[in-house]
Design a protein around this ligand. Structure first.
Ligand code: FE2
Length: 308
């Protein structure tokens, strides 16, 4: 069956390889507290930039946020003289809070996420009993992307792919010849993202990953997380389609959908909930904004007891 979005992304990658359009410059900032890789991507000709999956520091015991990690990104953007057009989220993260609203204040840029964030808002709006003032229409974001949409980052073409499974709204941003794949696939020695959050689906995740792995073999894949792996001492977040197809422990070529689903489901049953799940989801479903302050002017993070 033809896949128009993958065909468009492939044609775009070929244009970069042929030198018809510039190759993106990528600088990655790794947050060890949450194992998150945030990427700043820019067009070397126009210096227009996108910030992907930023992190707001959060001390869960104190209920206190801080901007140390995000400030490092601000410093880099200013030092490089970049203009930020986009704050992009590959999905509503369950393991860290997004710094996108704070970064927008400092640097500008439109906030974009997958259109199915509305499904995530509906699911978690109910779980956190968020009330009628929590809009579940994606209006907290400036742009809701659908599969196959394209835009330009400076002179670099971008194709957006919908890659659900980890959550219903996961998107991959193919910028020039580099794909920012969020929580779909991880380094070959670590495997793949979990698929057991509300709205997740291991079968969908397999199909999304195989779709990503149908891009040209040299395509660079930038990941959202790394946890090291037995025998590896350094964090890593850059791999290629070819490497993943050859060596990924969960989804290398030859592994069937049923084999993957059975492995993923068994493994997910053993995983603990991420430490920052409760605050992350409540904040990220609101586009990185805190819940509406209560009568005393303070925002509160809720914990539903015996719900998850
Ligand atoms: Fe995630």
């Amino acid at each position: 069956m033809r896949d128009a979005a993958i065909e468009a992304a492939t044609a775009q990658i070929r244009r970069v390889q042929n030198g018809e359009v510039p190759s993106p410059v990528v600088c990655t900032f790794f947050d060890e507290a949450t194992n998150t890789a945030s990427h700043v991507v820019h067009c070397p000709v126009t210096r227009r930039a996108a910030i992907i999956d930023s992190v707001l520091d959060y001390d869960a015991a104190a209920g206190r946020t801080s901007n140390g990690s995000a400030q490092v990104i601000v410093d880099y953007v200013r030092r490089e003289g970049l203009t930020v057009d986009w704050q992009l989220e590959t999905h509503a993260h369950a393991d860290h809070l997004s710094a996108a609203p704070w970064l927008q204040e400092q640097l500008g840029g439109k906030l974009g996420i997958g259109a199915d964030i509305i499904r995530v808002q509906n699911v978690f709006g109910k779980i956190f009993n968020a009330g009628t003032r929590f809009a579940r229409d994606g209006s907290q974001f400036d742009r809701l992307f659908k599969d196959g949409e394209t835009f330009l980052l400076g002179e670099i073409p971008v194709t957006v792919l919908h890659v659900p499974g980890h959550t219903p709204a996961d998107m991959a941003f193919v910028i020039g010849s580099s794909a920012f794949v969020g929580d779909t696939i991880f380094m070959p020695d670590f495997g793949t993202a979990r698929a057991d959050f509300p709205g997740g689906d291991a079968r969908q995740l397999f199909q999304s990953i195989r779709r990503l792995l149908s891009l040209p073999p040299e395509t660079r894949l930038f990941l959202c997380h790394d946890y090291k792996a037995p025998g590896r001492d350094d964090y890593a977040w850059l791999t290629t389609v070819a490497l993943e197809r050859e060596c990924n422990i969960h989804v290398h070529d030859g592994i069937s959908e049923d084999e993957f689903v059975s492995m993923r489901t068994t493994r997910d049953a053993t995983l603990a909930m991420p430490k920052l799940l409760m605050p992350s989801v409540q904040v990220n479903m609101r586009g990185g904004h805190m819940p509406e302050p209560e009568a005393d002017g303070i925002s509160y993070i809720k914990i539903p007891v015996n719900r998850l």
